[in-house]
Design a protein around this ligand. Sequence first.
Ligand code: 13P
Length: 287
Amino acid sequence: MLVSATEMLKKAHDGHYAVPAFNINNLEWTKSILKACEEMKSPVILGVSEGAAKYMCGFKNVADMVKNVHDAMVITVPVALHLDHGTYDGAKACIEAGFTSVMFDGSHYPIAENIEKSKEIIAYAHAKGISVECEVGGIGGTEDGVTSMGEVADPEECRLINDLGVDFLAAGIGNIHGVYPENWAGLNFEVLAKIQEVTNGRPLVLHGGSGIPKDQIKKAISLGVSKINVNTELQLEFAKATRQYIEEGKDRQGKGYDPRKLLAPGCEAIVNKCKAMIQDFGSDNKA
Ligand code: 13P
């Protein structure tokens, strides 16, 4: 059974580690991530953007697929199915479709509107036992066509959203989605510490988790980050392994063109990268 993310993130916050939130894009991603987490005995959040859900033929299909894969693989670690950067309508639709956690991203609205809409989604989700993540301020980079540039959140706005009773909170601290530029200034720990102070120990979420140096990951966790979102890193690993397979001409040997063979090295690369990140986040053996 899939679970909400509330309890696993409370435990992570108390235990000073972070639960990985790996984005899924298809069946291969789902299987590979679940395999890695089961072998590492790590709780996991499977993130799904609205764009990825559309690609996978809708929220209902995603929820059914994840539940079926979870059961067929006899997964025993806690797994939450989470809408990533959801719209108001998207969050409601996911709650109906069987997701166990949703993010409502109202960070692009004026704060009063963000508060109003966040409040509604929190009430709607909590009535069904579903966890909610809300966001304050912009987060840099490009995701699903939305661009912002490593923005930093206002701790006072974080306090306002926190006080609505959100389960975990995303706030910009200079993090960026996608590949970090070479001149990236790094995470703003001063703001992170302030946000944690005014949010009274609420589990915090770090978006743009691909390519952040390990020492910064560790420091962010020590300051209250309990969920780290990763998408790009697994995509790069998959692409690299697949490219190598084709460049070595393996798709032309025997039945190497069979998708079950062609996609296998990419899947193995996802498993290995997930395992390494689980160790960096400290969530191994925490299931
Ligand atoms: P990356 O693609 O940079 O890993 O970011 C993922 C993310 O934050 C999803 O919300």
